[in-house]
Design a protein around this ligand. Sequence first.
Ligand code: GLV
Ligand code: MN
Ligand code: MN
Ligand code: MN
Length: 397
Amino acid sequence: MELGQIGNTEDGVYCLALSPEENEAHALVQKYMEEAGMSVHMDKAGNLVGRKEGTDPNASVVMIGSHLDTVYGGGMFDGRLGVIGGIEAVQVMTEQGIEAKHPIEVLAYRDEEATRFVGSYSGAGHLTGGYDKGIMTHADKDGKTVIECLKECGIDPEHVDEAGLPKGYAKAHLELHIEQGAVLESKNLAVGVVTGICCQIRGEVTINGVASHAGTTPMNLRKDPLAAASEVMLAIESEAKNYQGAVATVGKIEALPGGVNVVPGCVKFSIDMRNQKAALRDEMYEKIKEQAETICKKRNVTIDFNVLMKDAEGKPCAEHIQDKIAKACIDSGLPEFRMPSGAGHDSSTFADFCPMGMIFIRSKDGISHNKVEYSTAEDCAAGTEVLYRTMIELASE
Ligand code: GLV
Ligand code: MN
Ligand code: MN
Ligand code: MN
């Protein structure tokens, strides 16, 4: 709740990637890490790393990480729970004098949301080689580039590569996160074991028509890209419903020049399409593109799809980590329930680097990326207990 005050407004939390608010959040979390007995540093990509040493100095690290950045008008729990939960788990170890063989690191990654800039999981991506340097020159909606923002956060853009970890560094990567959907709530469950993380395509669609006078252009002579965009959006919605587990969203739209008495000349809107399997996501994307082209041809406007980000594949959680999390649920007196993640998460960048696993907790009304995002203290505690048990098991053996 204290962390949630940073960037909090009546429209929700604005703690955007690489912003002064994200820096403030990192500074507060650094204090929490130190209080929990960890040594703390910022890596070359600006991620915060809290470390508790193990008894074997050569042992691989059990990593626990998530993010502190939010979407525009986000909630207090998305990402933050995973960082705070990790700190709490280490604090319990410190308070009880428990030693483990493996070192444990709790990480707060920069820029998970890819909502201010393009490109997902930028902070975590630096650690595992999953960062696309091409996005460095991208600008936010006020024209500020990633490079400028990195510098303002005290991160040298020339040296971000040095945050990369050597192969074999990590024994496992764990992440506790709110579900952000309504599955656990509908089943009356506090905690779920995540089976895998979806893969996304994000892009921008541009439809060009002809801007003209709203009073003098007869309906049958218009080349109206906004009316075409409306039809395309309905096609996106209906096609996504044909695919099991798929989602497709238009979250942002701009009509130009944007006058009440002007038939627009150009419309730009975002697309975000997801599934657990890349082949199914790509098939859906191609079908949507085909339908959109037909709609626009019929309406005498042109359409262009520009893919800005594309995950290569969905990322399954390691079976043996899923089993350990499931056992930790049982040991905590909770039923075992497995489910996929429709949201993207930092852990996705670790799937090809080390065994990776995630724990979900129930979200009230299934709502997230919204100021009303909420999970009860009891559910947060239940998820943290499962994280603690899984962490101790992994760090001890
Ligand atoms: C980020 O939270 C995403 O899944 O879009
Ligand atoms: Mn998140
Ligand atoms: Mn999010
Ligand atoms: Mn996310």
